[in-house]
Design a protein around this ligand. Structure first.
Ligand code: THG
Length: 269
C-alpha cells in the first residue's frame, strides 16, 4: 500500500499554531514520526490555517525538508497557486518525489494539474468528480475516472503516476452510500491495464464517530479487498497499519515471512 501520512494538516491545532507562530518543531517532529511509522509520502495541507496559504505551504515544505530531505511529499490543496508554490518549494529544497493532491476531472483542472505534473515530475491524485459536483452513485464516479484516464494518456502521463480517488464519505452521515465506494473501486481496476492506483482519504470515513479508529481500520481492509492500494491515513496508528499490511499479505500482495510486519516496514521507499 502507498501510505500517505495525513498529520501535517492545518486542521490539527498543533500544526495550525505552528504555522501561526512560525514554530517549525511540531512540523519536523510529525515528519520524522510518520516516516518512522511507515509513511511513503507526507501529505502537506495548510487548510484554512493561514490567510496566505501559498507562503504557508512553502514554509511547511521547507520544515519537512530540514527534518527529512529524502521524504516524498504530497501537496494537498485545491488552489492552483498553493499547489504551484508547494511543488516549487519541494524542488528548491531538494525533495525529489512529489504528488499533487488533488485535481478534479473537470477539463480545465486536468489541463492545469497534468501540466504541473509534467513540469514537476509529480504523480497526481484525481478526485473522480467534475463540474457536476460531489458524486452520488457508482456510474458517475466510473465515468469521471474513465475521462481522467483518457486525459492522462493524452498528456502522456503513465498510468502508474495516477491515483484515482472515489471520494470516501463519513459512515455516520452517508451510511447507505458507502457500498458505492467499494463498487467504484472494483470498476476502477478494470478501466485500463496496468490499472491506476486507487486512494482514499481514510479518516473521512470514521469522522465524528465514537470509534473512529475501528471504523477506519475496518473500512480500509474492506477497500483493500476491493482493489484499493493507497490511502491518506493516520500512519501512526499501528493497529491500522498492521491491518492493512496483513490484508495485503492475505491477498498475496506481500510475501509471507514470520516477521512480515517488520519486512514491510523495512521495505525500500
Ligand atoms: N481525498 C484526498 N485528499 C484528502 C482527503 C480525501 N485530504 C484531506 C482529507 N481528505 C484526508 N485527511 C484527513 C486528515 C485528518 C482527518 C480527516 C481527513 C481527521 N479528522 C478528525 C476526525 O476525524 O475526527 C478531526 C481532526 C481534529 O483533531 O481536529 O482526523 O478524501 N485526495
Amino acid at each position: 500500500m502507498i501510505a500517505i501520512g495525513e498529520r501535517i494538516n492545518g486542521m490539527f491545532t498543533d500544526i495550525k499554531n505552528a504555522i501561526a507562530e512560525k514554530d517549525g518543531e511540531p512540523v519536523k517532529r510529525w515528519a520524522l514520526r510518520q516516516l518512522e511509522a511507515g509513511a511513503d509520502y507526507l501529505d502537506v495541507n495548510v487548510g484554512t490555517a493561514s490567510k496566505t496559504p501559498a507562503d504557508a505551504v512553502k514554509w511547511l515544505v521547507e520544515r519537512v525538508a530540514e527534518a527529512a530531505p529524502n521524504a516524498a511529499v504530497a501537496i494537498d490543496s485545491p488552489k492552483h497557486e498553493v499547489m504551484k508554490a508547494g511543488l516549487q518549494a519541494c524542488r528548491d529544497s531538494g525533495i525529489a518525489k512529489t504528488m499533487i493532491n488533488s485535481t478534479t476531472g473537470q477539463r480545465e483542472k486536468l489541463e492545469v494539474n497534468f501540466g504541473l505534473a509534467k513540469e514537476y515530475g509529480a504523480s497526481v491524485i484525481c478526485l473522480t468528480m467534475d463540474q457536476r459536483g460531489i458524486p452520488n452513485d457508482v456510474d458517475y464516479r466510473v465515468e469521471a475516472a474513465a475521462n481522467i484516464m483518457a486525459a492522462a494518456m493524452e498528456f502522456e502521463l503513465p498510468t502508474e503516476s495516477i491515483l484515482l480517488d472515489p471520494i470516501a464519505m463519513p459512515v455516520k452521515h452517508a451510511q447507505e452510500k458507502i457500498g458505492f465506494i467499494f463498487e467504484a473501486i472494483r470498476q476502477f481496476t478494470l478501466i485500463c491495464s496496468p490499472p491506476p492506483h486507487i486512494v482514499v482519504g481514510l479518516s473521512n470515513t470514521g469522522q465524528g464517530t465514537t470509534q473512529k479508529e475501528l471504523v477506519n481500520r475496518t473500512f480500509l481492509v474492506m477497500a483493500i479487498l476491493n482493489g484499493l492500494d493507497a490511502a491518506i491515513l493516520d500512519v501512526c496508528d499501528a493497529e491500522l497499519m498492521h491491518a492493512a499490511i496483513t490484508a495485503e499479505l492475505i491477498l498475496n500482495k506481500q510475501v509471507y515471512s514470520d516477521d512480515f510486519i517488520k519486512a514491510y516496514m523495512s521495505r525500500a521507499r
